[in-house]
Design a protein around this ligand. Structure first.
Ligand SMILES: [Zn+2]
Length: 79
């Protein structure tokens, strides 16, 4: 399986309520995370960033948007 894409990481950490397709996606990502330290590190970084943004942004939607723009930079720096 390929690594989890940035788009999928964003979706994964910012899920609000789980629909059936989200559940399938979550399962797929978790299965990959179990075997891939690289993606675990990236998802953890994204999760920490999103949690911080949630406290700063008024809505989940704006937190998610900022996560999208800031995560690319964060991952490029290799954090
Ligand atoms: Zn991976």
């Amino acid at each position: 399986m390929e690594h989890v894409s940035v788009e999928k990481i964003i979706e994964f950490v910012s899920l609000d309520r789980l629909s059936e397709s989200d559940l399938a996606m979550t399962r797929e990502v978790n299965t990959h995370l179990c075997d891939c330290a690289d993606c675990r590190r990236r998802v953890r970084a994204a999760q920490a960033l999103y949690d911080a943004l949630l406290t700063e942004c008024k809505t989940r939607e704006s937190a998610r948007q900022r996560l999208g723009s800031e995560l690319g930079e964060t991952l490029e720096r290799g954090i």
